[in-house]
Design a protein around this ligand. Structure first.
Ligand SMILES: [Ca+2]
Length: 294
């Protein structure tokens, strides 16, 4: 059994780079590099749970628990048909959103069963479920004991560690949750910001129409690939060594403004937070991603 236990949060929703991220997370699980113990969907549309189940089944990970924040219907974005098409073409254990678990009971159960300091959170969507876990006394106790660190695709850091980015700033709930999470999460957080992934393009083999990832990217209107924020966050977490993943770190204290959603960073070499800075050319990251996605 792998020594690392991963809980992944995703806004499995309008964008398609979450699909590339889930593929890498599942393939790393199947290689025994980590134990993907559960996935939380933090933005809810009609086919969210069923389409994630269909994709994870196609990746050989259909039995991994999936939870859904049923209240996560209030984010803004452009609808894409990829979710419904996944459920039409691929079998899925979870038939509908009603069959997905509630996030907090699932997280408490998996954390309770885990060894101390072995669990890592990865978030590639909105942060409200993690903030709710910290506001829950049992949840906070479990995070203190069981969790080692968190990896997040969130924020923008190219203006001296400050900026405004979708996963934090989308609406009042994401802004308030990010502010609470950054202020109260009791373990280190490593951020991958908007500026890291926007010009790094990844996807499947565009000629492989039988691949559910390729179909979903086509449905999204990205047949030749998409910005790589989410799959780069998975590869950063998987390497567990920023230098090996092609980055240097800037340490400090990251905060989010609960009203505007702006993130800011106060530099501190001993701070609990860090954001990554690219140290390789774009083509280097694209080659790493292609190795996992094709
Ligand atoms: Ca995402």
């Amino acid at each position: 059994m792998a020594d690392r236990t991963i809980l992944l949060g995703t806004d499995w929703w309008t964008d398609c780079d979450d699909i590339a991220a889930v593929r890498i997370a599942c393939r790393a699980h199947r290689k025994g590099l980590w134990n993907l113990a559960g996935v939380v969907i933090d933005a809810c549309m009609e086919y969210s749970a069923a389409s994630l189940s269909a994709f994870m089944t196609a990746e050989g990970c259909g039995n991994i628990p999936v939870a859904l924040d049923r209240a996560g219907t209030d984010f803004t974005g452009n609808l894409s048909p990829y979710q419904k098409h996944l459920t039409v073409r691929w079998p899925h254990r979870i038939a509908s959103n009603d069959d997905a678990e509630e996030p907090l009971p699932m997280l408490r159960r998996i954390l309770s069963a885990a060894e101390d300091e072995k669990v890592e959170f990865i978030e590639i969507g909105f942060p409200q479920v993690w903030a709710a876990l910290l506001r829950d006394p049992e949840g906070m106790d479990l995070v203190q004991r069981k969790v080692k660190k968190m990896w997040m695709m969130a924020g923008r850091f190219d203006e001296n560690g400050a900026g405004i980015e979708h996963n934090i700033a989308n609406n009042a709930r994401s802004r308030e949750a990010a502010a609470y999470l950054f202020a109260h999460f009791p373990k280190p957080i490593t951020f991958l910001g908007w500026e890291i992934g926007h010009d790094v393009i990844s996807g499947g083999d565009p000629d492989n129409g039988g691949d559910p990832l390729v179909q979903a990217f086509r449905d999204h209107g990205s047949p030749n690939g998409r910005s790589s924020w989410d799959p780069m966050t998975i590869l950063l977490a998987l390497a567990d060594d920023p230098a090996r993943a092609g980055y240097s770190l800037r340490r400090g204290h990251v905060s989010a403004d609960p009203v505007t959603g702006e993130n800011r960073t106060i530099s501190d070499p001993d701070g609990p937070h860090a954001y990554v800075v690219r140290e390789k050319p774009v083509a280097w990251y694209e080659a790493e991603l292609a190795r996992w996605l094709k």
